[in-house]
Design a protein around this ligand. Structure first.
Ligand code: THU
Length: 130
């Protein structure tokens, strides 16, 4: 699909999933973003005792990428466990959409379940200020 090196992106998502800090949910998420320049920037979920201060893997990946100077993305791979791959939450969809709704989103589990979307399908009519 689209000349994207999905195995490399999935492998980065799995590697960072192992670093998730999840003492409360035990639900590990790893997200790997592919920049338009071909770099892979990853993030995991980091939970907090207040619960509300928890940050999802996808947002940590985006914030890390922006911090490192990247603002254009082609794809994101999201690794979760369970029978069905977990899709990005609503807040993460909005954060991803800030940088373009044509992002390809691959949600997968290590056991081989996979779902592919365009971000525009996951969040139609994203809020935009400009
Ligand atoms: N989580 C993510 O990392 N990404 C999502 O899109 C949905 C939820 C995390 C937050 C929390 O650490 C755990 O999954 C359970 O909600």
């Amino acid at each position: 699909m689209s000349g994207i090196d999905w195995p490399a992106l999935k492998s980065a998502a799995l590697a960072v999933q192992a670093r998730a800090y999840v003492p409360y949910s035990d639900y590990r998420v790893g997200a790997a973003l592919l920049t338009s320049g071909g770099q892979i920037i990853a993030g995991c979920n980091v939970e907090n005792a207040t619960f509300g201060a928890t940050c999802c893997a996808e947002r940590n990946a985006v914030f890390s990428a922006v911090t490192q100077g990247h603002q254009a993305f082609r794809a994101v791979a999201v690794a979760t466990n369970g029978a069905e791959p977990g899709a990005p939450c609503g807040i993460c969809r909005q954060v991803l959409a800030e940088f373009g709704s044509d992002l390809e989103v691959l949600c997968f589990t290590p056991e081989g379940a996979e779902k592919r979307y365009l971000l525009s399908e996951l969040l139609p009519h994203a809020f935009k200020l400009k």
